[in-house]
Ligand binder design. Structure first.
Ligand code: NAD
Ligand code: MG
Length: 380
């Protein structure tokens, strides 16, 4: 029985993780569940899964949560910082982190620092803090297992291989809803346009990041830290069908790829079953219905966020933390209708060109960089 702390259980990855837990009641037990403000979904999850602890991090509706769950054995908590503290104290093997944004970093650090394994959906943890998480990363440590489908694909291709045999990693991208749009049309995109992802149904922040290709930039940085290969040996390619989830090229000229229908429950379950592979009722690939698999280069002229992400990781220090915070602010301002779509890369670029990055990254320094960037990004 694996005891799991599930952070962000009310979100897209969180609810799909609970579908996997529901499928394997004899192998997986959710001992900690967390949501931010969605008290109704969290209350239903508490009643169904009976965790030891549950957190509603935004205190606004905490009373309604308490009322909805009534008398229960689950201890209920609220407030900032509660999640990271509980992650340290909870008796569990695995922390599945499906929080969104920089809010996920502290809990990832707490989990690793207190000896747990992390099944990581929260790619922002590695983007901002890869440098301080490095001792726990890589194929030797195996303390961080990918939930992101591309990184799960790479891990699956690397089973039985050594990193010294790898020539390069190729991360695939769907291209998002604006893949075929002109720059002029993209500039006028509305929130409804940007929230229409062709292949995946996900939380709003990652859906916008997929439309700007910032998500693919974050994923290249995630792969860089997770697998420890030089940046020049990690590429992205647009593959609109989202059937091939990534490739690994080896030094003898062989290439491995992992394929499957777009269903996040597969990489979620693999992160929990690794190194085993368990049965799943996920939809199967059907060759007769599949059609062509096509590939295109990433167009950084129309999708400058990808270029900015690559520039930030090359600059090093706090630059990826600045990129991430600026992007989070810009995306939420766009979703609230405060800025036009075209301003998202502009806000990120202004923050990267205004703020300085240092070279030595510390945990405390990450909070300063994040806060300073958000202040600037919200004033632009
Ligand atoms: P989501 O918005 O659906 O869910 C986010 C979860 O985090 C929710 O439970 C929410 O209550 C909680 N949360 C939000 N803000 C919080 C805060 N400030 N403090 C504490 N909790 C907070 O997002 P998602 O689509 O499930 O994505 C989660 C993470 O997984 C992201 O990092 C995303 O990039 C990554 N990811 C998602 C998918 C996908 O298919 N959805 C695929 C790959 C990677
Ligand atoms: Mg992904």
């Amino acid at each position: 029985m694996t005891r799991i702390a599930l952070l962000g259980s009310t979100g897209s990855i969180g609810t799909q993780t609970l579908e996997v837990v529901r499928r394997y009641p004899d192998r997986l037990r959710a001992v900690l569940l967390t949501g931010h403000s969605n008290w109704e979904v969290l209350a239903a999850q508490i009643l169904e899964f009976g965790p030891d602890d549950a957190v509603l991090s935004d205190p606004k509706h905490f009373d309604r949560l308490k009322e909805a769950v009534g008398s229960t054995r689950t201890r209920l908590h609220t407030g900032d910082g509660t999640i990271a503290a509980l992650v340290r104290d909870t008796d569990c093997e695995t922390v599945l982190n499906s929080l969104v944004g920089f809010a996920g970093f502290g809990p990832t650090f707490a989990a690793l620092d207190s000896g747990k394994r992390v099944a990581l959906a929260n790619k922002e943890s590695l983007v901002v803090g890869g440098a301080v998480l490095q001792p726990w990363l890589g194929l030797d440590a195996m303390r961080v297992l990918p939930v992101d489908s591309e990184h799960s694909a790479i891990l699956q291709c690397l089973v039985g291989e050594g990193l010294e045999s790898v020539e390069k990693l190729v991360v695939t991208a769907s291209g998002g809803p604006f893949r075929t749009w002109s720059a002029e049309r993209i500039a006028r995109a509305t929130t409804a346009d940007a929230l229409k992802h062709p292949n995946w149904s996900m939380g709003s922040k990652i859906t916008i990041d997929s439309s700007t290709l910032m998500n693919k930039g974050l994923e290249v940085i995630e792969a860089y830290w997770m697998f420890g290969l030089p940046l020049e040996r990690i590429e992205a390619v647009v593959h609109p069908q989202s059937i091939i989830h990534s490739f690994v090229h080896f030094r003898d000229g062989s290439v491995k790829a992992q394929l499957g229908t777009p269903d996040m429950r597969v990489p979620i379950q693999y992160a929990l079953s690794w190194p085993e592979r368990w049965e799943s009722d996920s939809p199967r690939l059907d060759w007769s219905a599949m059609g062509d698999l096509t590939f295109e280069p990433v167009d950084t002229a129309r999708f400058p966020c990808f270029r900015l992400a690559m520039e930030s990781v090359a600059a090093g220090g706090y630059a990826p933390a600045v990129l991430n915070a600026a992007n989070e602010e810009a995306v939420y301002r766009f979703l609230r209708g405060e800025i036009a779509y075209i301003r998202i890369p502009e806000v990120v670029e202004r923050c990267l060109s205004t703020l300085s990055f240092g070279s030595e990254v510390t945990v405390d320094g990450l909070w300063n960089a994040d806060g300073e960037t958000r202040r600037l990004a919200s004033s632009l």
